[in-house]
Every structure is written in structure tokens, then in C-alpha cells.
Design a protein around this ligand. Structure first.
Ligand SMILES: [Zn+2]
Length: 140
């Protein structure tokens, strides 16, 4: 699925040192993630919150895919000198925080999903035993 270098265009952004950004972008986009003016808000909120708010309502797999992409872009940006190392370091720790939230959310989802089903199963089992007149084990 990776594009050939010949199918890519160079980002139209300018680096901090005044030189052209050398990140290759898909032909349909003018800028890379770090230079796209349309993504300024996203970049800001991702940096500020570790992405928590902007990702809140999306599915976990999508989130993970996006985050992986962002981290790759971040690595690229650091290599190219597009982003300050100190900024990158702060963003990387924010990703770490985000990872913990995602993990917590996943565990909570599991509990929300299986908790009620387990309760229903136990209730059904209890009713069955009561109907047969056999006391459930926890009633002994
Ligand atoms: Zn760029």
C-alpha cells in the first residue's frame, strides 16, 4: 500500500531554518501532517491533551492506526528537523499517557460488555435451579 517515491510530491511547507520541507506527501495533498494549515488545530489538541479529547469517540483500532501514523510522522519530522526535539519529547510522553488511557478504556469496555452477560447467565442458572427445587450452591 506504500506509495512509490515517484508517486509522491514534496511538502510545500517551510522548515524552521527556512529551508523547504523534504517530507514526501501523497500527490493529492500539498503539505505533510506537520505543515498542513488545516491540521493546526489537531496538532495543537493532540499535543495539549495527548489526543484524548479528539479521539474520544472513535473506535480503538482506528485510533491506534492513526496514532501509529502520527508517531511515524513525528519520527520523520524529528529526522528532518521539522520539529524541535524538546517539543517532540513532550509529544512522545503525551502519547504514553494516551496509551494508558486507551488501555484503561479497553478494559472498561470489556467489563461493560461481559459484566451484564455474566450476571444474566448467573441469574438464568439460579432460576433454573430454583425451578427444579434444587438450592443453588451459594444458598447452602
Ligand atoms: Zn512538511
Amino acid at each position: 500500500m506504500a506509495l512509490d517515491a515517484s508517486e509522491k510530491a514534496q511538502c510545500a511547507g517551510i522548515k524552521r531554518d527556512g529551508s523547504l520541507c523534504s517530507t514526501l506527501v501523497k500527490p493529492e495533498s500539498l503539505y505533510c501532517y506537520w505543515h498542513d494549515p488545516d491540521k493546526a488545530e489537531t496538532r495543537k489538541s493532540v499535543a495539549a491533551s495527548g489526543g484524548k479529547a479528539s479521539y474520544k469517540n472513535r473506535r480503538n483500532t482506528e485510533e491506534i492506526r492513526d496514532i501509529k501514523k502520527e508517531i511515524r510522522e513525528l519520527i520523520e519530522a524529528v529526522r528532518e528537523g521539522d520539529i524541535d526535539r524538546a517539543d517532540a519529547s513532550v509529544i512522545v510522553s503525551a502519547y504514553g499517557v494516551l496509551r494508558n488511557y486507551l488501555e484503561q478504556e479497553r478494559k472498561q469496555k470489556e467489563q461493560d460488555e461481559f459484566g451484564p452477560r455474566l450476571d444474566a447467565l448467573e441469574a438464568a442458572r439460579k432460576r433454573e435451579k430454583e425451578e427444579r427445587g434444587v438450592p443453588p450452591p451459594w444458598a447452602l
